[in-house]
Write a protein that binds this ligand. Structure first.
Ligand code: HEM
Length: 217
């Protein structure tokens, strides 16, 4: 009998089209190709703050859940790094100078909803953000730091000080996905939520591009 395909590989495979859409959003490709401005980058960091505030509050709530807790790790926590980045990029009054875009408000509402009542849904959002940050995010961080001349200040979000070997960390994370005691229906629901999480990120890039256009008009 052929080996069953690992759930982590199924998730990756079934979401690769959604990943391409997120990765290919104009706002992101402009930023990666040097066509974005420092303000564009700051606008993205500000939206990340709202997203990770919701995600990490959900992680704290899920810390006692028998399944979701396996994925929660202090080594991933991004909120303090985002706050230091915003302080560096905007100044001490950063909190009063940022606001969520409509796509972020929807994204945050969904994270909060599933992050309260549905461990599998929480893991879907957790996976989509943190495994992305530990994958393409490492490359994105290097490109942006070169473009804007950041060393560590301003780009701390992409630096996982407590994860020396992201590839090894991701391998363990994938083993945990494979080991999660979800039946076929729940696995389908988790995959659907990963797709939704990607869509939230793509919509955020669309909103960021629209806000930029509106500001320039
Ligand atoms: C410029 C934008 C992006 C680039 C260049 C990029 C690039 C990559 C690359 C090269 C990988 C594969 C790394 C590996 O094989 O280990 C990857 C994986 C991943 N990316 Fe992205 N990415 C981008 C945007 C995004 C966004 C917006 C998200 C969602 C928030 C995301 C989520 C993920 C996830 C979850 C994985 C891990 C897939 C898995 O192995 O299960 N990426 N990305």
């Amino acid at each position: 009998m052929p080996e069953p395909v690992a759930f982590s590989a199924v998730v990756r495979e079934r979401s690769s089209g959604a990943h391409s859409s997120s990765e290919g959003a104009d706002f992101m490709t402009d930023l990666m190709r040097g066509k974005g401005t420092r303000e564009d980058y700051v606008a993205l960091v500000a939206q990340h703050w709202f997203i990770y505030e919701a995600l990490e509050a959900a992680a704290a709530r899920m810390a006692d859940d028998p399944v979701a807790s396996a994925f929660v790790s202090d080594k991933l926590t991004r909120l303090p790094a985002l706050e230091a980045d915003l302080e560096f990029l905007i100044g001490p009054d950063w909190r009063s100078r940022i606001a969520p875009l409509p796509a972020t408000t929807r994204y945050v509402a969904r994270i909060t909803e599933v992050g309260t009542a549905w461990p599998g849904g929480f893991v879907a959002h957790h996976y989509t953000r943190y495994l992305g940050d530990l994958s393409g995010g490492q490359f994105i961080g290097r490109v942006l730091s070169r473009q804007f001349g950041f060393e560590t200040n301003g780009i701390g979000f992409y630096l996982f000080d407590e994860i020396a070997d992201p590839a090894a960390f991701k391998d363990v994370y994938r083993e945990q996905l494979d080991a999660a005691p979800w039946d076929a229906d729940e696995r389908e629901r988790v995959i659907a939520e990963v797709l939704l999480a990607y869509r939230c990120n793509t919509e955020l890039f669309v909103d960021l591009a629209a806000a930029k256009k509106a500001a320039a008009a």
